[in-house]
Design a protein around this ligand. Sequence first.
Ligand code: SF4
Length: 353
Amino acid sequence: MTRIITASPVTDVPPVVEEQLEAAERTELKARIKRLMQAQDAILLAHYYTSGDLQDLAVETGGCVSDSLEMARFGHASKARTLLVAGVRFMGETAKILNPEKRVLMPDLGAECSLDLSCPASDFAEFCDQHPDRTVVVYANTSAAVKARADWMVTSSIAVPVVRHLAERGEKILWAPDRYLGDYVRRETGADMVLWQGSCVVHERFKADGIRELKREHPEAAILVHPESPAEVIELADVVGSTTQLINAVRDLPQPTFIVATDNGIFHKMREVAPGKLLLEAPTGGRGATCVSCAHCPWMAMNGLRNLLAVLETGANEVHVDPAVGTRALGSISRMLEFATTRNLALRGRSAD
Ligand code: SF4
């Protein structure tokens, strides 16, 4: 009898605990980190959802603040021998896959992602085996082992052109792990897709009713939505896009006000590129209601200056990827990169989570 494979429920979501620093401690920590980074030939790759302190430090030290793929690509282009990845585990793994010769360290190896957690490699392999006629397309927010099982890895913006291309060739798709992004891609392309039922604990909490109410109070606002959000939230959007696309929208659109349905860590960069514009968090239901994350990823919040300093002092929290797994995972990533190159699709600005 065929076993029914479903996404692993992610129930053990930690509380959001942000690092709190007095100004003097912040200055001291940054100075010590900078000295050690120089001594160890390290650069800092920080995700848009991490703290403003880490994003500022990345900029001050010549690193990058970006999405997961651009972080890995920036690390690859850099001559630095050590990559400090402030983000979540799959980002450290992707950096290692693209840079196997470099040392990759993370402030906290317990920084997970609910999409990655929902999709254990062994269950996923069994799911794929049950659908041998389908091309396996996985989102960037997956483990190295899941990427290794896939035919393609895609980021949020390139997902639509890749799946459309495959559908035009008559291929049927197995998609994992985000069901909302998968559903969005299916609606955009009309492709035949079976979806893994994972979700992001941040994006699935945005509420269409709350956004409509906020829009009534701010009729001048544009609504920006990340496609990991539910369909009824995406329907309200003026712009649906990846992190970089949403930042560009705040910078480029004429509206003075934006309702933003993605992790609020992104506000740090949005304020920098569009000072003076009013940014409003899309409602999630509130702390006392069904909200787990309240528009901020609890795993991203595990990154801070204190634990970044600790890994530089001790060399702890190095990311390792089995070389055979890494080689296979690189195949699915490279397929996407080659597709982007041949189609002249800029991945910068069309990026991942
Ligand atoms: S915000 Fe969501 S998709 Fe991004 S790392 Fe956190 S849980 Fe994963």
